[in-house]
Design a protein around this ligand. Structure first.
Ligand SMILES: Cc1cc2nc3c(=O)[nH]c(=O)nc-3n(C[C@H](O)[C@H](O)[C@H](O)COP(=O)(O)O)c2cc1C
Ligand code: SF4
Length: 424
């Protein structure tokens, strides 16, 4: 099984430096890319079927193709790597940032060349100190080697790339809020359209792509679209960094073919449930995705199939709920997080999330009433997609709405027994 993203990770506490990365074939993709017309690169990435790994699963090549090109296109243009990774339960980008920074940088240079951007930023989660060190060193090495800066590898293409450390809000990961943060403004999201590809950073065309998405790019350029497509078990191309946390025997992170089933991930790679615990459900891709349950264990974990099962692949990092953990308490913790991270711009989210968290507090403490379940259901509709300015609040409602659907009797037990059944 090929694992292009992680095959060279050393696991000895140090990241791949430039010399080591070059020995694995590093920067050959850039050499090849610079010899190709930019539009051809975009077509190649489109043909590979690469879908964004930041959550929404939008075609990467398609996104690049929307950037205005040619001599009349607005300048400067920007290529931004989204390494904010603050979704509860998600930890996949961290591995790539910390262990193979040059793979990411090479992908970002190719992306910037494809859209003819002369400026690039790596926007990094504030808490990822080791990643910050790795990227700082790698950027310096890349400049010294002529892969960045003026006249990249003698091609005539100029690219300036900087590391930007986030101020540490979940909201900063939303691409338009991220652009405001990069401009030094408060990280409120922006209205779309216009989309960043036509009016992004400082009002100029900007591509924002996730760390895992960008890290795939050098491999696609070297090996081609067909190779990438056949890596997966589904019609969507490539491998995926899947993770699992919760009461499984071996929590962790694995690069596997896209479309690997939830069952294989949990039973083979995560080693099954810990002794004395049974599987009750799982958030398949971070805290803002809907629960899947035992009936979904054979769902292939790709964008299309997880959506058909009523959830989202999201970040592909699975949070497992076991039968000895209170689902109400788990959802309560998530809603407190989302309420705290709301930017406060729109009323349903600013008022609705703290209200939701308070109701869940009451339920968990045995103070809940049956009407509370109706109010919670109302909240999930009040903050449905399209009713708020950005996707934070609808995302926050996903674990709640699915918990109400699959674990309703657990909510009712709290009300009838006036206590949390898991605590008594
Ligand atoms: C509240 C919120 C937080 C987000 N956080 C991240 C993040 O940390 N990293 C990320 O890549 N995308 C995040 N996204 C998705 C981005 O807005 C955007 O879709 C993504 O960076 C695009 O990259 P991709 O096309 O490569 O997936 C977030 C979205 C929302 C609504
Ligand atoms: S949904 Fe929440 S986070 Fe998004 S804009 Fe509205 S208040 Fe801000």
């Amino acid at each position: 099984m090929e694992r292009p993203l992680t095959q060279h990770i050393k696991n000895d506490g140090t990241w791949l430096n430039l010399k080591e990365y070059e020995k694995t074939g590093g920067y050959q993709a850039l050499r090849k890319a610079l010899s190709m017309p930019p539009e051809e690169l975009t077509t190649l990435v489109k043909d590979s079927g690469l879908k964004g790994r930041g959550g929404a699963g939008f075609s990467t090549g398609m996104k690049w193709s929307f950037v205005p090109m040619g001599r009349k296109a607005p300048t400067p243009k920007y290529f931004v790597v989204n390494g904010d990774e603050m979704e509860p339960g998600s930890f996949k980008d961290r591995l790539l940032l910390e262990e193979n920074p040059h793979q990411l940088i090479e992908g970002a240079i190719i992306g910037a060349y494809a859209i003819q951007a002369n400026f690039s930023y790596i926007f990094l989660r504030w808490a990822y100190h080791r990643a910050a060190k790795a990227i700082t060193q790698a950027l310096q090495e890349a400049v010294e080697a002529g892969y960045l800066g003026e006249n990249v590898m003698g091609s005539g293409f100029n690219l300036d790339m900087s590391l930007h450390i986030s101020v540490g809000r979940y909201m900063c990961g939303e691409e338009t809020a991220l652009l405001n943060a990069l401009e030094g403004k408060r990280a409120n999201p922006r209205a779309k359209p216009p989309f960043p590809v036509v009016s992004g950073l400082f009002g100029k065309p900007t591509v924002v792509n996730n760390v895992e998405t960008v890290s795939n790019v050098p491999h696609i350029i070297v090996n081609g679209a067909e190779w990438f497509l056949q890596l997966s078990k589904s019609e969507e191309g490539g491998t995926k960094l899947y993770g699992a946390s919760g009461r499984v025997k071996t929590p962790g992170l694995w690069e596997l073919p896209l479309g690997t089933t939830l069952r294989e991930l949990l039973e083979v790679h995560a080693g099954g449930m810990q002794d004395g615990y049974n599987f009750k459900g799982a958030l398949p891709g971070g805290g803002s995705t809907d629960f899947l349950t035992t009936e979904h264990l054979d769902v292939p974990m790709d964008f299309k199939n997880v959506e058909q099962a009523g959830s989202r692949l999201g970040t592909g990092t699975i949070t497992v709920l076991d039968d000895k953990t209170c689902p109400v308490g788990m959802v309560r913790n998530l809603e407190h997080f989302f309420a705290q991270e709301s930017c406060g711009w729109c009323t349903p989210c600013r008022e609705g999330l703290p209200w939701t968290a308070k109701i869940l507090d009451a339920l968990e403490d045995g103070r809940g009433k049956m009407e509370d379940l109706d109010i919670l259901t109302f909240q999930t509709r009040y903050m449905a997609p399209g009713n708020t300015f950005c996707a934070l609040a609808p995302g926050a409602m996903e674990p709640l709405q699915s918990a109400l659907k699959y674990f309703r009797e657990d909510f009712e037990k709290h009300i009838h027994e006036h206590t949390c059944p898991w605590k008594s």
